[in-house]
Design a protein around this ligand. Structure first.
Ligand code: NAI
Length: 250
């Protein structure tokens, strides 16, 4: 029970990596606010948690992470329902893209920056203020990507946003250390979630072959690492990037 008595917010908790992390956190003893733009799906995840025997350990909240006001309300909701906040997993995101010269900036750049970049900034800011006011430390985990560290086809805006997430993580660790707050970024490779499953079988095979085990990563495998990073066992991992990409970047 690595996360006993901890309260966590998981954004993008309704699907994929976020959903798997909700289940893992609850099994490790945490109480979790499942925060997502898709409230219906978030409520389904809460029902799954209840069906698994953890009634009351999860609650759902609707949030669009691109709005600071909504993210602030999300943090207030976690405090109201569970009495405080110990961990925020800023994980909500969208993917996709077009070749640069085909971009319409309002369609192919701005939404990615608002959600994948600003969304993480908003989570850090709102949770950071809560952690400061509570005075009992806190952990921030941010989902970047292998593309946050390298260029890739059709990923101009996505790479920019995910690189910013790494920068935010380092700066947050630096600025919030005095409040006992840690910040860590993870860079998943190819994880079998709806973001990847939208592509053709052929492309999925290519993605799988680029990882050392020759398979897509399971969301549960990412969740295991996130639970460790959120726990006190990871106290010396701070302001850095943890590659969870099955060797893709090596
Ligand atoms: P997913 O599509 O299964 O989950 C993303 C969740 O974010 C969805 O539930 C969606 O409703 C939510 N969301 C989207 N926009 C939102 C908004 N404005 N406000 C609140 N929630 C919003 O995808 P997956 O794979 O679980 O992605 C999670 C994170 O992992 C994303 O940040 C993604 O960029 C990142 N990632 C995923 C990889 C993969 O191979 N699946 C690889 C590298 C990074």
């Amino acid at each position: 029970m690595r996360l006993e008595n901890k309260v966590a917010i998981i954004t993008g908790g309704a699907s994929g990596i976020g959903r798997a992390t909700v289940h893992k956190f609850v099994r490790e003893g945490a109480r979790v606010l499942v925060a997502d733009i898709n409230l219906e799906q978030a409520e389904k995840v809460v029902a799954e948690v209840t069906a698994a025997g953890f009634e009351g350990a999860a609650a759902a909240a609707q949030v669009d992470v691109s709005s600071y006001a909504e993210v602030e309300a999300m943090v207030a909701r976690a405090v109201e329902v569970f009495g405080g906040l110990d961990v925020i997993f800023n994980n909500a995101g969208i993917a996709g893209g077009k070749p640069l010269l085909e971009h319409d900036p309002e369609v192919d750049y701005a939404p990615m920056i608002r959600i994948d970049q600003d969304g993480v900034y908003h989570g850090i800011l709102a949770a950071g203020r809560q952690f400061r006011d509570q005075g009992r430390g806190g952990v921030i985990i941010n989902t970047s990507s292998i593309y946050g560290e390298q260029a890739a086809e059709l990923a101009f805006s996505y790479s920019a946003a995910k690189a910013a997430v790494i920068s935010f993580t380092r700066s947050a660790a630096y600025e919030l250390a005095e409040y006992g707050v840690r910040a860590v970024a993870i860079t998943p490779g190819r994880v079998g979630t709806p973001i990847i499953n939208q592509f053709s079988e052929e492309l999925r095979q290519t993605f799988a072959s680029e990882q050392m085990r020759g398979a897509l990563t399971e969301p549960e495998e990412i969740a295991n690492v996130v639970a460790f990073l959120a726990s006190d066992e990871a106290n010396v991992i701070n302001g850095t990037v943890v590659h969870v990409d099955d060797g893709y970047s090596s």
